[in-house]
Write a protein of this length. Sequence first.
Length: 353
Amino acid sequence: MRELDLRVAALDPLGVVHEIQRLPLLNRAADIAGLTRLARAWTGRVDGNRYDAATAGAALRDIGFVLASLERHGVDYRVVEGAEEILLKLGALADEVPRDSVYTYALRNPEHATRSFTELPEEALFIREVRTAGFALRPAVDALTEALPLAVDDRALPDLLAAATEGFAVFARSLLSVKRQVTPETFSYEMRPYFPPMTVGGQVLYAPGGAQMTPLLVDILLLRPEPGEAREEWYEQYLRENVGYLPAAYRVAGDRARRHRPLLPRLVEEAGREAVPTARTTRTVTALRGLMREVLKFRIPHLQLARANMNVRPDGSLGSGGYTTDSLDHLAELTLSRHQLLSTLPAGRTTEA
């Protein structure tokens, strides 16, 4: 997963690197004619290139920035002749959603020539922190995937959970940095308008949003409701709406995870069968508690941040992923209920492994 994102970030198949600095200036001036010319120039370069998944992803990234800019200023991107067909073509080649996503906006956005909608330092920080957070969670997903089949007393399990905890700690710190330095007003009124829904191929596709990010995979691996549990029906619908926005390798990881029980309830159940927990099991449970603390450090501030943003917007507003904060309430409740499962484990002495 990381290798593909780094490859995409390094590519400039449409040759926009010397023009990309014009985009924030055109947006600041609401120069629709200039944006349209830029969009026509960039889309016009697509047919002359050969594409693999990475090259298509890079082209999708850059075209996504300029077309979303047009939409932000009230112009249907389809005024650019052939733009919709190009998005569909590039999405098919990349095996990804045919528009910009949180991955093209941040993880695949090159540090040395960062694409952005505005000149705001807050947007530069936002892109940087989302990129850092996304990179940090990849090894966490790998570690949790490796842990899926392991028994609670497997000697490798505590180290895998610790690796996941380390990644989530970085993720939580990045979110806290955004919360401290990007005000709700700046995000809601200066940045958020550049994340509009777009209709591509007859389907409404939502803009880069938190629901598309890697914590979705962590939830699938660790926390998701099991059959018959509360919130299962809501959660399955939530997955159907968001898994398609993940890059192909992430979707494969999600499919693999769903062939196993979620880690936390399964490990708690196994640990609860031991009348006197072994030292190995105790280490696993301790590591699991540490991981859940970091997940909560992300989830609760994220809910608070989303509510703060919604509070400064008109009633009925949706986030860029098409949701109200109700979805975050559900995710917070799920996380808290899973965390509470840990308190059901008996405290007491352990036997030596």
